[in-house]
Write a protein that binds this ligand. Structure first.
Ligand code: FE2
Ligand code: FE2
Length: 190
């Protein structure tokens, strides 16, 4: 076989591998592509990122800490607003979901308040700022854990996977209105 032909064959088989990898199922797993994005998977991915960001904010100092906080504030605010519309509103149709969604709304309000307070001081390295951020971290982690342990199982009970995918699409759309685009890979927090 001439050299050029084996080179072409290698490229062809590479393309075939790629086509196989991009089966509808794997494409559906990408946010905004293929239409199949379960809202609970999107929420969990955000929650893990927030836990990580909070940890890094607490360990960071100076401009690095300020930049991480800015990213966290933008992303969690978009997450909360989109979650209220795409998850809390439909959950309120059920008695058990209503109670949890209302509790979640109040926790979002407290997080919003603390974020606004923490955004104000230029110097984010003071003991006072760090103490307030510690409270934000504890409250946020409690909130995320509770959503995952209480609200997620309820959502799985009341909505089938097609409904959860539809809610996922709405979640992505709402986040975009608040300046966070899930279709663009986010910068890893370092
Ligand atoms: Fe939430
Ligand atoms: Fe959440």
């Amino acid at each position: 076989m001439p050299k050029s032909s084996s080179f072409v064959d290698a490229i062809k088989s590479g393309v075939d591998d790629l086509a196989r990898a991009l089966t509808p199922a794997s494409v559906a797993g990408l946010p905004g592509i293929g239409g199949g994005v379960n809202i609970l998977d999107l929420l969990k991915a955000d929650h893990d990122r927030f836990r990580d960001l909070l940890d890094k904010i607490m360990k960071g100092r100076g401009q690095h800490r300020a930049d991480l906080f800015k990213t966290f504030k933008l992303e969690i605010t978009a997450h909360s607003r989109a979650e209220e519309k795409a998850l809390y509103v439909p959950m309120q149709k059920f008695e058990e979901g209503k109670k949890k969604a209302l509790e979640g709304d109040v926790e979002h309000e407290v997080v919003d308040y603390l974020l606004a307070e923490l955004a104000r001081p230029r110097n984010k390295d003071t003991d006072n700022w760090t103490a307030r951020c510690q409270v934000l971290q504890e409250l946020t982690e409690h909130h995320l854990d509770e959503e995952e342990s209480d609200l997620f199982p309820m959502a799985r009970k009341h909505f089938d996977s097609a409904a959860l995918d539809k809610m996922g699409q709405q979640f992505i759309k709402e986040k975009r209105k608040h300046g966070v685009n899930d279709e663009v890979p986010r910068q890893a927090a370092e």
